[in-house]
Ligand binder design. Structure first.
Ligand code: AR6
Length: 184
């Protein structure tokens, strides 16, 4: 699925985030910035030790990354030049600020990319793996936040959503269709 909003090309596809050739890819990290499983594990495995070394420097300076915030490192051996590490919320039933924190994770990643002049960025489905955020709700937050950002800032040139399996892909596609229809 591919379409343009306000000059930004939005692409929704099934794939592996570590294989994306966007200028930046987003990591669904944890506050320690020291790696983990899922997307985080795959990014560090494929990108090599340079990424962890930079994460450790950031930790030394600011002591990790709070939930909803984002930090940036180089991409090491990845095709992407940069990795933006953001921390989504752990799902704890939905009344512990999860929605706002997930929105912050997307918004702050896009803001950081903007500050660095990054023109294309790929997102995984943040918080919907180990952090157990229900994917239908998470997709709605992801899509709405990206829409709001693009409408307000008219950047970047391309935003890619990279979903790991077919079910997640269909949920994100459907969510985009619904949001586009209600925005016309
Ligand atoms: N490319 C794209 N998507 C992927 C990939 C990949 N290579 N691998 C998994 N996914 P998760 P979270 C999907 O658990 O929920 C880590 O241990 C996966 O199917 O990676 O934010 C961190 O260190 C799921 O839909 O991230 C944190 O401790 C989505 O990516 C914690 O997990 C997110 O799953 C973060 O949990």
């Amino acid at each position: 699925m591919e379409f343009t909003i306000n000059g930004t090309c939005i692409v929704v596809l099934q794939g592996d985030i570590t294989k994306q050739d966007t200028e930046a890819i987003v990591n669904a990290a944890n506050s320690s910035l020291l790696g983990g499983g899922g997307v985080d594990g795959a990014i560090h495995r494929t990108g090599g030790p340079q990424i962890l070394a930079e994460c450790k420097q950031i930790r030394a300076k600011q002591g990790g990354c709070p939930t909803g915030e984002a930090v940036i490192t180089s991409g090491g051996n990845l095709a992407a030049k940069y990795v933006i590490h953001t921390v989504g919320p752990v799902w704890r039933g939905g009344s512990n600020d999860e929605a706002r924190l997930l929105r912050n994770a997307y918004w702050n990643s896009l803001n950081l990319a903007n500050e660095k002049g990054i023109r294309s960025i790929a997102f995984p489905s943040i918080s919907t793996g180990a952090y157990r955020f229900p994917i239908v709700e998470a997709a709605q937050i992801a899509v709405k936040t990206v829409l709001d950002f693009v409408v307000e800032k008219r950047i970047p040139e391309e935003i890619r959503f990279v979903l790991f399996n077919d079910r997640d892909l269909r949920i994100y596609q459907k969510t985009w269709e619904q949001n586009l229809r209600s925005n016309i």
